[in-house]
Design a protein around this ligand. Structure first.
Ligand code: ADP
Ligand code: ADP
Ligand code: MG
Length: 670
């Protein structure tokens, strides 16, 4: 076994590989770009080498620089992770030349599977079933068009060198073929530097079922069963599970054996995934082979109890496969959800930003399922709170993996775990994942690659959130914060003074961040009794803070709620009952007072109507005391005294319209 390896990757997969190294006592070396100088994977490894600028081209794709780093640190082998150089034959070749073991298949196997077209030709000769189609060398446009006509529409055009869901076009009719071909070739050339395409029959409502295979250097090859990765957006996986639901045992075996045959056909070594497309009738066809560890490998680890990275290291070091086929079995069911920084409602556009607050459900990081002791919840993440999701790399925040005795148990566990994911900063797909996991088609196992698109309307329909409860928590957090510290012209400065007297009412101006709407809540206190008034309804209100960070609780009317509030400036992010809500406090009084401080003038912050005058001419007022309430843009704004003094003049009455900046009262400052 190796003593030291270099991990030529970043993010969660680099951390994942480092975790196994640590367990096996292997020294790990990280590489990092400028943007990743303080990244989690650098901290996770024993040593680290800076390899260049922030873009992948300047760092994680630099073959020579990475080889140099491996040689300089004395690493005996390089683990490429997934993405980046993992399926790059030049890199594997460069490792070989430098005398460093590439933890992956031989150069020839990468080359053979690197072209989807060539791989299909090879699979055909190994008697692996293929989707009807054309994968020939002749790329003449007319010939391709005739082939498509013969296959019958709809057809799917694929870039032969493609990957990651890119370079694919569905063609519905012969009239559309020429234009689709041209655009597919353009994308293929610009994304993969190779415009070769292949054509496949486009299957309707297929499932994506893939098989994990492993081979050693001594002719041993096994399959570690299947995964269903049908839930995809833009042909990219969102949820994956193992084993594939409702697979007949004879189909499972046939697929496993076909996958092993595929691996043997290219003299495969190491971890690989053979992807199949499967019809509702259970027929399956070879799609492609990914010659690396896959993003979704943890679900296989959870059901087999095997550490696939350990297997990779052992095989690369020349050891035989740790287990034979009949020693492998499936235990229970595992599901993985990819938590992405993205905007599901905006076509799944990536979102960037600092992770101001990041809380994952209770689980074990990179739990490896060793010795049958698998954690029910596993979290694989390459980021920590405070880290930034940059536009340079994949916007994945974490992989949430659950295991249960049955699919049903795993589903419940996933739904529960998703409720505990809290992210403030970039937008995420957490809510969307929850919607899929609890949807009828997913929970009943009615899976196919069109699930998200077909159920789009239901998955994106607005949900009723626990608004009243969340608002109670936000109000409690605001009152706690503002009551605790005396600063500036905050209305809360007056609280201590008022507490001596009977009661008081405070207007809280809020904005619902998601709905972009403003509203007002009245907080009243009279002796020991407190109420909140919203939408014309007054309800008893209590709140308290809990033991943990951000933890709090409240009762509003007869509802009892506990949750967490993360405060970012004046925005209160509330997590309760499995939902996230955000309210922004419109601290208008402070804004108005800031502007007016010391001048004794009080002006309208925006055009509106006076709805209450709380003081008379000659009144002696405390700093922060509410003087007048305006209504503007469907919101109430309370104008408070910027300093203690005497009201010299009230210039407007109830019902008066006032212009932006109009002076409302004159105050003689003490
Ligand atoms: P597939 O292997 O079927 O293409 P995957 O979801 O496993 O599907 O990966 C999609 C592509 O994007 C792969 O080429 C993978 O290497 C790359 N990829 C996915 N996530 C990341 C990531 N976090 N960092 C780098 N590359 C990634
Ligand atoms: P990539 O290299 O981008 O992963 P794949 O060939 O693995 O490309 O296909 C990606 C996805 O596209 C599959 O998981 C499946 O959802 C869909 N797909 C691929 N081939 C077909 C087909 N012939 N018919 C219908 N859908 C397909
Ligand atoms: Mg694929």
């Amino acid at each position: 076994m190796f003593n030291k390896i270099l991990i030529a990757n970043r993010g969660e997969i680099a951390c994942r590989v480092a975790a196994t190294c640590k367990r096996l006592g292997i020294t790990s070396v990280a590489v990092y770009s400028d943007a990743d100088a303080n990244a989690k994977h650098v901290a996770a490894c024993d040593e680290a080498v800076h390899i260049g600028g922030s873009t992948a081209a300047e760092s994680y794709l630099r073959v020579e620089r990475i080889i140099e780093a491996a040689l300089a640190t004395g690493a005996q082998a390089v683990h490429p992770g997934y993405g980046f150089l993992s399926e790059n034959e030049d890199f594997a070749h460069a490792c070989e030349k430098a005398g460093i073991e590439f933890i992956g298949p031989p150069v020839e196997a990468i080359a053979a599977m690197g072209s989807k077209a060539a791989a299909k030709a090879l699979m055909h000769s190994a008697a692996v079933p293929l989707v009807p189609g054309y994968h020939g060398d002749d790329q003449n446009a007319d010939l391709l068009h005739r082939q498509a006509d013969e296959i019958g529409y709809p057809v799917l055009l694929k870039a032969s060198a493609g990957g990651g869901g890119k370079g694919m076009r569905v063609v519905e009719r012969t009239e559309d073929f020429a234009a689709a071909l041209a655009s597919c070739k353009r994308e293929a050339a610009s994304s993969f530097g190779n415009d070769r395409v292949l054509i496949e029959k486009y299957l309707t409502r297929p499932r994506h079922v893939e098989v994990q295979v492993f081979a050693d250097k001594h002719g041993g090859a096994v399959y570690l069963f299947d995964r269903d990765c049908s839930v995809q957006r833009r042909h990219q996986k969102v949820l994956e599970e193992a084993p594939a639901p409702a697979l007949q045992p004879h189909v499972r075996r046939a697929m496993g054996e076909a996958a092993v045959a595929a691996a043997r056909a290219v003299n495969y070594v190491g971890a690989g995934t053979v992807e199949f497309i499967m019809t509702a009738g259970g027929d399956f066809y070879f799609m492609e082979m990914n010659t690396r560890l896959q993003v979704e490998h943890p679900v296989t680890e959870m059901v087999t109890g095997q550490d696939l990275v350990e297997w990779q290291l052992r095989v690369a070091a020349g050891e035989p496969l740790p287990l034979e086929q009949d020693q492998l079995k499936i235990e229970g069911h595992a599901i993985e959800a990819r938590i992405y920084a993205e905007h599901p409602a905006r076509g799944f556009l990536p979102s960037t930003g600092t992770l101001k607050h990041l809380r994952m459900p209770e689980g074990v990081e990179f739990s490896l399922g060793i010795g049958g002791e698998r954690a029910p919840v596993r979290i694989d993440s390459g980021v920590r709170e405070g880290d930034t999701i940059t536009p340079f790399y994949d916007p994945m925040i974490a992989k949430l993996i659950v295991h249960g005795a049955s699919r049903d148990e795993a589903l419940k566990r996933m739904s529960h775990a998703l409720r505990d994911c809290e992210v403030v900063g970039p937008h995420t797909n957490v809510e969307f994942l929850q919607r899929i996991v609890t949807s009828v088609p997913f929970s009943t196992g009615d899976l196919d690659t069109g699930l998200i698109e077909r159920h789009h309307d239901a998955l994106f329909a607005p949900v009723a959130k626990p608004f009243r409860e969340a608002l109670a928590l936000a109000c409690g957090a605001l009152i706690t914060r503002e009551g605790g510290v005396a600063h500036g012209a905050s209305p809360w400065d007056a609280l201590s003074h008022w507490r001596l007297n009977s009661g008081y009412t405070q207007t809280l101006n809020w904005r619902d961040v998601e709905k972009e709407s403003a509203f007002t809540v009245l907080f009243s206190r009279d002796g020991e009794s407190r109420t909140l008034t919203h939408n014309g309804k007054t309800e008893p209100f209590k709140w308290w803070t809990g033991a943990g960070k951000h933890e709090c609780g409240a009762t509003i009317g007869d509802a009892h709620v506990t949750g967490r509030v993360f405060i970012d400036g004046d925005t209160f992010h509330v997590f309760c009952r499995g939902e996230a809500l955000a309210f922004e406090w419109q601290n208008l009084l402070a804004h108005a007072a800031d502007a007016e401080h010391g001048e004794g003038r009080l002006t309208a912050p925006m055009p509106g109507k006076v709805i209450a005058v709380l003081v008379e001419q000659g009144a002696v007022v405390e700093k922060g005391q509410p003087l007048l309430v305006m209504e503007a843009m469907k919101m109430e704004h309370t104008i408070g005294a910027p300093a203690a003094g005497k009201v010299a003049e009230v210039l407007y009455g109830v019902g008066d319209q006032v212009a932006d900046g109009a002076q409302l009262l004159v105050l003689d400052v003490e």
